[in-house]
Design a protein around this ligand. Structure first.
Ligand SMILES: *[C@@H]1O[C@H](CO)[C@@H](O)[C@H](O)[C@H]1NC(C)=O
Ligand SMILES: *[C@@H]1O[C@H](CO)[C@@H](O)[C@H](O)[C@H]1NC(C)=O
Ligand SMILES: *[C@@H]1O[C@H](CO)[C@@H](O)[C@H](O)[C@H]1NC(C)=O
Length: 518
């Protein structure tokens, strides 16, 4: 054990003393710089208002959305634009300023893509795009090593660029860049909110490094070396400590599922004695000193809206005796299990194919992204032959969206076998289309999606082959009245829970309005 008089500490003391002395200067510098940014912000704000056709006397609130990849057209972007559209409808006095790194697109192009991709119409007079040049700093490829750390520092720089271009009245991060919160709260001195899809670092990751298991963030070479493993654990603990500090800077936090809520809530409570102790020493003390702690008690679940308009119009009956799977041919979707389940079903109930008027079929619809997927499909076809069920199994590879909808309108049962799926939009689509789902009893399908509605079933969960086969058998032998009632219930539930209206209510309840009116 090193004592305080050891040479190592002899070297450390001057650093500690010097940083203690520098702290006040740094603090003053930060205050002055923040004051400068905020006072020059009036000018930038008037320019923005003039561009949108308002005078600076118009009382407008500016809500900043930090979403550097706002033109990507994915699920996260649907959340962003739906939130903005709702805000435009309910608060025409609020201007949404979107911080975007898509410098290759214009505002008009971005907005027309939103219309084409998501069918969301936005009022251009209530949107301002703040284009950021340094998005490359948060790209994976910029940081081949220490990716988390690099991207976090990068995002802080990006937030600095954002604040120096425009300081809003409320800042909402919709992409998970929690490390920007310190920069925003120090420079802009404004309230902060977040919509979190996925925790940047979770206690699971810590556990994995601790137990030296090999996962996708933990390469084989590292887990084989004990020392590196310990260093990596320290790195993660340090990182986690700062992630907690950042999240606690926010005034409200929304999450997209119970899975994410579980993680974020436990992160908000996370406390690491070693890290707390280390951060009592300068220069790290400065970080504690400069971070403001609003400690939102808990994250609020606001499910992302799903577009179920088209499928919710399909006729509920009659349905063909089709068991449908809609999933990319990725390994974790576990299509092998689907074939085995179908095989088991036919073993237990051969009447479903033999001499049946309409034999039961299994239809696997999914995209094949690459050579690996194509290979997997070959193997799956082989397995179907081996099991002797190939006459009743169809593979529909790379189906177009209209073709997927067509299957959803005809099928009877929706099968999903992925374990611990965070959400499962395909399962929501089954429900909305009136297809009764049978899904693995874990993750989103268990906690968020296939849950009783008015005290009655909306679908089935299963874990073993036998349970899956049994659940499918149950659906296939429902009386026509019970079948129609369950399909209707499933649809009503999905459309209600994952609707845009429900999403808007969630945003309302997050209390964002109370933070801009102050
Ligand atoms: C939440 O976000 C994560 C990460 O993008 C995604 O995997 C998950 O499906 C999302 N959950 C919902 C309910 O959309
Ligand atoms: C499916 O689409 C992918 C990517 O677009 C392509 O590489 C693949 O060849 C397609 N496969 C089939 C069977 O159409
Ligand atoms: C959200 O709040 C606004 C303003 O109070 C209100 O007009 C709107 O109807 C609310 N939306 C929902 C779904 O509750």
């Amino acid at each position: 054990m090193a004592s305080l008089a050891s040479p190592a500490f002899g070297l450390l003391w001057p650093i500690i003393l010097q940083s203690l002395l520098l702290l006040p200067f740094f603090w003053i510098f930060l205050r002055v710089y923040s004051w400068h940014l905020r006072s020059s912000n009036y000018g930038r704000r008037s320019v923005m208002l003039a561009e949108l056709g308002y005078s600076s006397k118009d009382r407008k609130r500016v809500i900043g959305f930090f979403h550097p990849y706002c033109n990507a057209g994915g699920g996260g972007e649907r959340v962003l634009w739906t939130a903005i559209a709702a805000m435009q409808r309910t608060n025409p006095d609020a201007i949404s300023a979107v911080y975007s790194g898509d410098t290759d697109a214009t505002k008009a192009e971005i907005m027309s893509k939103v219309k084409a991709r998501f069918d969301i119409s936005l009022d251009p007079k209530l949107i301002h795009l703040v284009f950021l040049k340094s998005r490359w700093l948060v790209e994976d490829s910029t940081w081949p090593r220490f990716t988390l750390f690099g991207q976090s520092l990068g995002s802080m720089y990006l937030a600095w660029e954002a604040m120096s271009k425009l300081i809003p009245d409320l800042y909402i991060d919709t992409m998970g860049y929690a490390f920007t919160f310190h920069v925003v709260s120090q420079l802009g001195q404004i309230p902060i909110g977040a919509y979190v899809h996925y925790p940047t670092i979770s206690s699971n990751m810590l556990e994995r490094v601790k137990s030296r298991k090999t996962g996708h963030t933990n390469s084989g070479a590292i887990s084989s070396s004990l020392i590196l493993s310990h260093l990596k654990l320290l790195y993660y603990r340090f990182f986690m400590h700062h992630y907690v500090l950042s999240l606690r800077t926010a005034s409200f936090i929304m999450v997209n599922s119970s899975w994410t809520k579980g993680h974020i809530d436990s992160i908000l409570q996370h406390s690491d004695i070693l890290m707390n102790a280390i951060h009592l020493l300068p220069p790290l003390l400065a970080i504690k000193f400069f971070s403001s702690d609003h400690a939102p008690a808990r994250a609020r679940i606001v499910y992302p809206p799903c577009d179920t308009r088209e499928m919710s119009l399909f006729a509920l009956i009659p349905r063909s005796r089709t068991i449908l799977s809609v999933a990319q041919f990725r390994p974790e979707k576990d299509h092998r299990a689907q074939l085995n389940i179908f095989h088991r079903l036919l073993e237990l109930h051969p009447e479903y194919t033999q001499d049946a008027e309409e034999p039961v079929r299994l239809v696997l619809v999914g995209g094949s992204r690459n050579e690996g997927d194509a290979q997997r499909i070959l193997e799956l076809r082989g397995l179907a032959k081996e099991l002797g069920i190939d006459a009743y199994v169809d593979f529909i590879v790379n189906a177009s969206y209209p073709a997927v909808l067509d299957w959803l309108s005809k099928a009877s049962i929706g099968l999903s076998t992925m374990v611990d799926e965070h959400f499962g939009i395909n399962v929501v689509e089954f429900l909305a289309a009136g297809v009764i789902p049978v899904a693995h009893a874990s993750g989103g399908p268990l906690k968020d999606i296939i849950v009783p509605f008015n005290g009655e079933r909306t679908g089935f969960h299963a874990s073993t082959l036998d349970e899956f086969a049994e659940a499918i058998h149950t659906v296939l032998s429902l009386s026509p009245e019970a079948e129609q009632a369950m399909r209707l219930r499933a649809r009503t539930w999905a459309v209600q829970r994952f609707s845009e209206e429900e999403f808007e209510r969630g945003w309302n309840e997050s209390g964002w309005r109370s933070w801009v009116s102050q």
